[in-house]
Design a protein around this ligand. Structure first.
Ligand code: URA
Length: 425
């Protein structure tokens, strides 16, 4: 076989066979298919798409390029959750301990943020001492003991995705449904959980810009999961504005703690309870939203979170420490009205400029910097109200402040935004 012929086949809109897909993926990992040919193939897939059979073959070929986690030593139905990326997305920090507090084991591997999107690992690493690297034995033992662990994706799993994701990131081929579906599902399948909740974000701050695309991606991923015997549900969620109040690593950890103390905004608190209900149901546990909210806000989820932080070497005193930055700038409303839009992409990019996110993989992070919104879409405001606070270690120039204010859109009518748009199962 020659890579050039297979690239041409896909470029011309033909289907690749199972054997051809496996040959390309294993050749890419072993080095016989170079980056430039894989880039061309990714672009051909971007334009021509893949059939469901090809997407499944690509997913399973990727799973085969590394170790697979065997979680059978852990008693019960093991659950996992994945988000396709967003701004201010601290859901895992809250949902994982909440679900674990019902006795359902959560064994989760998370990723880092890139560009305007944040990553759970970076948030956890903003806590002094927290170890994201665990051996397989330590990971399994911790889930057996406390029912919960969130670690980094092992380098030994799905090697093809590590290489391919980095390549897609610099060749404008990230936002392709077969490539996203195979990337996400190869990792979830290799990670070994029995039940998977997929949070498929849609909107300005997400890879999927329309609900139709999000539905197509969700259906593809749910069917990939089910085909290999994993209970899989996808929830299409709104990412047109940042999720919750905070963007920025430590600021999001602090918001997660507030939510687990019952002091969070009701929109994100309700949203997390609904996700928890679905994740519990996947594990065969039926709970009402009232019961879930009770556990979320009565300190039990927070206790689980603390147990995980401590088990992974994190410092509990540091966990509760307020952010340490040189500058805190309050952004005030200049007119009365309602917040009508807070474009997630723009604020994600703004937070990145403050150092809260990485433009390229090797960028260092400023864990302390970010934004906390006092007002969100639909909230009423009066002239002089604080809209948001910017936490930064660099001086906020007039230009930056003007850019920030320009993106806080104010209207005269209240807009109601739903967090959960659709459920695909
Ligand atoms: N998240 C992933 O893990 N992979 C993608 O391709 C996109 C989002």
């Amino acid at each position: 076989m020659r890579a050039v012929d297979l690239i041409q086949k896909k470029r011309d809109g033909l289907e690749l066979s199972t054997e051809e897909i496996h040959w390309l993926v294993s050749g890419y990992v072993t080095g016989s298919v170079p980056d430039y040919q894989m880039s061309a193939l990714a672009m051909a897939i971007y334009f021509k798409g893949m059939s469901m059979r090809e997407t499944r073959d690509l997913t399973m070929a990727m799973v085969g390029t590394g170790e697979q986690m065997d979680l059978s030593a852990i008693h019960g139905i093991k659950t996992d959750k994945h988000s396709t990326g967003g701004v201010g997305d601290k859901v895992t920090l809250i949902l994982a301990p909440l679900v674990a507090s019902f006795g359902v084991p959560v064994a989760k591997m998370s990723g880092r943020g890139l560009g305007h999107t944040g990553g759970t690992l970076d948030k956890l690493e903003s806590i002094k001492g927290y170890q994201i690297e665990r051996t397989k034995t330590e990971f399994i033992q911790q889930v057996q003991e406390i029912g919960l662990s969130v670690i980094g994706q092992s380098d030994r799993m799905v090697k093809a995705d590590k290489q391919l994701y980095a390549l897609r990131d610099v060749t404008a081929t990230v936002d392709s449904i077969p490539l996203i579906a195979s990337s996400v599902m190869s990792k979830k399948i290799a990670a070994g959980a029995d039940a998977i909740l997929l949070d498929v974000t849609v909107g300005d701050g997400a890879f999927m810009k329309t609900e139709e695309e999000a539905i197509q991606l969700s259906e593809t991923m749910v069917s990939l999961g089910k085909e290999v015997g994993r209970q899989t549900v996808a929830v299409i969620t709104n990412m047109s504005q940042p999720l919750g109040r905070a963007i920025g690593n430590r600021l999001e950890v602090l918001e997660a703690i507030d939510i687990m103390k019952g002091e969070g905004r009701s929109d994100i608190t309700d949203f997390i309870c609904e996700l928890a209900q679905m994740m519990l149901e996947l594990a065969g546990v039926q709970k009402s939203l009232v019961e879930i909210r009770e556990k979320l806000t009565n300190g039990e989820a927070l206790e689980k979170f603390e147990a995980m932080i401590q088990a992974q070497g994190g410092d509990i005193i540091d966990l509760y420490r307020p952010v340490q930055v040189k500058y805190v700038v309050e952004v005030k409303a200049e007119q009365d009205g309602y917040v009508s839009a807070l474009p997630a992409l723009e604020f994600g990019l703004f937070a990145m400029k403050l150092g809260a996110g990485r433009a390229i993989k090797t960028d260092a992070l400023d864990y302390e910097s970010g934004i906390v919104f006092d007002k969100k879409v639909g909230d009423e405001i009066k002239k002089g109200d604080t809209l948001a606070k910017i936490y930064s270690n660099q001086k906020i120039t007039e230009n930056l402040l003007t850019e920030f204010k320009k993106n806080v859109r104010i209207g005269s009518e209240r807009i109601i935004q739903k967090e959960i748009l659709k459920i695909i199962n």
